[in-house]
Design a protein. Structure first.
Length: 405
């Protein structure tokens, strides 16, 4: 077991660095607004959807955040209630159709912005399958939902967060049930093979037949250094937050909510088997979100054993230090990312570790590549949003440790 005094000292040290990183990142995002940067200038919603999250986490004035949401409403809101800009590539306006408004939608609720209108919420609800899982895309016609062959935890968990903040209890719990089923379907694979499959059919069957090139979007293991590690984190974050909401706001008893926390802890155990080198890849980001939320909630409800708290802190710290702060650039932001859509492409060799403040990757989209170009403003917004949960989790744990006899 870790010495408590040493743990307190380490947490204080890490928190000091996080505070500086958050301030620098928030300042970077504010500086990247039009006319000086691409935020609210480039005709692509990806420059603002996570920037709103990061700005909120960094304590940026809500009036500035509202400017970004106003821009999205004026430039990207379509007659059917979806958000996209017609000239965007399919990797944005199709593959991420509901993901982007789910991201900025929760921020809009937090600051009381009107962008989440009744029409928009009604459209977002159409993305939810009867199983509780959420599709990434359903076509353009609200009268005809085009169901997709697979559902994953990304859009499902982000949908659930928005439902929580809209206080839509039934929808949020249905989301949690789907994610628990997802974890349970993977439980044996995670414990015995070190593998989590990341897609399910609408009928609830885990997709385990992975074709060459499809590994990166179809599974996560505890060996390869560059994967969609966020699949673990986004699920863990939602289940932990749902547990809290059920107890604090919706009048459920502890035994009615326990299953959600238990499944989050199963994911923590799986994450604890990950080698340190996996934290060097940017897609570890949402793991910090999950570990931060889980750490905070274990402490808040006095549910965690010392071993579980140490695990959650270790994971959260690894993301904060190795994924986030070690890769933060001198300007306060983070590098763009050429997000791979296949594990067989040459872009898998790219390394996002800065050397002397410079990252050795192309600074713009690579034509013809099987990647999605994620601008630095998007990466910065996401990292700040997730690092804030790590900060809060550590702060709450410190309060508990300082109260010890």
């Amino acid at each position: 077991m870790i010495n408590i005094d040493n743990m307190i000292g380490d947490m204080e040290f890490v928190l000091g660095a996080i505070h500086i990183a958050m301030q620098q990142g928030g300042n970077f995002l504010v500086s990247r607004r039009a006319p000086n940067g691409p935020i609210m200038k480039e005709p692509n919603l990806s420059y603002i959807h996570k920037a709103t999250w990061g700005m909120y986490a960094a304590g940026v004035d809500h009036g500035i955040i509202a400017q970004l949401l106003d821009w999205a409403k004026d430039n990207a809101l379509q007659p059917n209630g979806d958000f996209y800009i017609p000239g965007e590539g399919t990797e944005y306006k199709i593959m991420q159709r509901v993901y982007r408004p789910l991201t900025f939608g929760k921020v809009a609720v937090w600051i009381g912005h009107s962008i989440m209108s009744e029409k928009v919420i009604k459209r977002i609800l159409q993305y939810r399958h009867s199983s509780g899982g959420v599709f990434n895309y359903i076509g353009d016609d609200p009268a005809k939902v085009e169901e997709q062959p697979a559902i994953g935890p990304l859009n499902t968990s982000f949908f659930g967060h928005l439902m929580i903040y809209l206080n839509m209890k039934a929808e949020a719990i249905k989301t949690g049930e789907w994610l628990c089923n997802f974890v349970q379907a993977n439980k044996k694979y995670m414990s015995e093979q070190g593998v989590m499959y990341t897609n399910m059919t609408p009928e609830g069957l885990l997709v385990t037949d992975i074709k060459p090139g499809g590994k990166i979007s179809g599974m996560v293991d505890n060996k390869a250094p560059k994967q969609e590690f966020w699949q673990v984190g986004t699920t863990m974050a939602y289940l932990a937050v749902l547990y809290e909401k059920m107890l604090d706001s919706w009048g459920f008893k502890e035994d009615q909510a326990q299953d959600y926390l238990d499944n989050a802890l199963i994911l923590l155990d799986f994450e604890d088997t990950m080698p340190l080198y996996t934290y060097l890849w940017p897609s570890k980001c949402k793991v910090g979100w999950g570990a931060g939320e889980l750490l905070r909630i274990l402490v808040k409800y006095k549910k965690g054993t010392q071993e579980q708290i140490e695990k959650a802190y270790r994971v959260a710290r690894n993301v904060a230090v190795f994924t986030f702060m070690d890769n933060q650039l001198p300007n306060g932001g983070w590098s763009c990312m050429h997000y791979p859509l296949s594990e067989l492409i040459p872009e898998m060799a790219l390394d996002y570790k800065p050397l002397k403040g410079v990252v050795n990757v192309p600074y713009s989209r690579i034509d013809g590549s099987e990647t999605i170009f994620l601008p630095g403003e998007e990466i910065t917004g996401e990292f700040l949003g997730e690092m804030k949960t790590i900060q809060t989790g550590i702060e709450e744990t410190l309060k508990l440790l300082r109260q010890r006899p």
